[in-house]
Design a protein around this ligand. Structure first.
Ligand code: PEP
Ligand code: MN
Length: 356
């Protein structure tokens, strides 16, 4: 069994400060987290990747010594961020149980390869791979493959979803883009998927709702930042919570089961699922027929030298369908989203025909 698996019922919880700042802060935070009995692993960064120089860049090896003490005092395994082979070698000397690859490192194939090479032949140590800062699942998958190729078995690797950078204003510091995660889970079903609400939210206020979404989506665990005195934290102050707040947050999450225990429920669910499968299959058959007709229209437009996009016609389609929104019990926004996707595909098909 890998270091991130639990009995399959209990989610895997990693908690600890963003950074190990002082011996007292590290030990007090870790002891309080452990005392609540909900965490499976402690975390603390000792090398902090900061946007600008001059910010708190971590306590380095001193921090590793405090983390090693925290491990002895609490009996919990510890994880630390590593961004280079040197970091890995140093962290291993202090007995860390897992290393995590930060979001700014996952984007760098050279750095990931260095870290993977440094772990070659090292037994038992876990690797947590954070999603890259940009929404590129291939980079994330590339990191998984580099560690696997260095001989780290999948049961010792877990993925951490910490959200993606984007330009502009948004509710959260990083966009979760939950749909990208479904793709990674389908690709690597055996890897634990852990959500990091702290770095998605960027502020304490949204931790609970993000953690609950992760639970609703059957994530395998959470990584949450906690600090004995969040306001005074040297990094990520606005998103950290006290160990007491962390406990309240964790106890407030409703974790879902895959299937209920009631056989009647299971049968009803099965029946509805078959209906959904049938409807999906019909939907896509219809869409396929619609695309065939769009192609016929494309041929006509090509032979008559007519432009693909005819605005009046498109407006008419949107109006016709949207007029039935309330009768269908669908929102106008939803209808618009579906129509736009269908329209894009039709244009794409006609484009190919007209420019063949
Ligand atoms: C962290 O976990 O403190 C951290 C720096 O995370 P990320 O790489 O997700 O920004
Ligand atoms: Mn942080």
């Amino acid at each position: 069994m890998g270091p991130f698996k639990t009995d399959g019922r209990k989610p895997f919880i990693i908690a600890g400060p963003c950074g190990a700042e002082t011996r007292e802060q590290t030990l007090e935070t870790c002891r309080a987290i452990a005392a609540a009995g909900l965490a499976d692993m402690l975390r603390a960064g000792v090398w902090k990747p900061r946007t600008k120089p001059g910010s708190f860049e971590g306590s380095g090896t001193r921090g590793l010594a405090w983390l090693a003490e925290a491990k002895t005092q609490t009996g919990l395994p510890v994880a630390v961020e590593t961004a280079s082979a040197k970091h890995v070698e140093t962290a291993l000397r202090y007995g860390v149980d897992a290393v995590w690859v930060g979001a700014r490192t996952t984007v760098s194939p050279f750095a990931v390869q260095d870290i993977a090479d440094a772990l070659r032949g090292v037994e038992g140590v876990g690797v947590l791979i954070k999603n890259p800062v940009n929404p590129d699942p291939e980079l994330w998958a590339g990191a998984v493959e580099r560690f696997a190729a260095a001989g780290i078995p999948h049961e010792r690797i877990a993925l951490i979803h910490r959200g993606f950078s984007y330009f502009g204003e948004y509710r959260y510091r990083n966009a979760p883009m939950w749909h990208l995660i479904f793709g990674m889970r389908a690709r690597y079903p055996e890897l634990a998927m852990i959500c990091d609400p702290s770095h998605i939210a960027g502020t304490r206020r949204y931790l609970q709702e993000i953690a609950q979404t992760a639970a609703d989506l059957r994530y395998d665990g959470l990584m949450i930042e906690s600090h004995v005195c969040p306001e005074a934290a040297l990094s990520d102050a606005s998103q950290q919570v006290t160990p007491a707040e962390l406990e309240r947050l964790l106890r407030g999450i409703r974790w879902r089961t895959d299937e209920g225990e009631n056989p009647e429920f299971a049968r009803t669910l099965e029946k509805y699922r078959r209906e959904i499968d049938q409807i999906d299959s019909e939907l896509f058959m219809l869409l396929s027929r619609r695309m065939e007709i769009a192609e016929r229209i494309g041929e006509q437009k090509r032979d008559n030298n007519v432009a693909i996009l005819q605005r009046n016609r498109w407006r008419e389609i949107v109006e016709n369908v949207t007029a039935r929104a309330s009768e269908l019990g669908l929102s106008a926004e939803f209808i618009r989203t579906v129509l736009d996707a269908v329209h894009l595909e039709s244009i794409d098909r006609q484009n190919r025909i007209m420019n063949k």
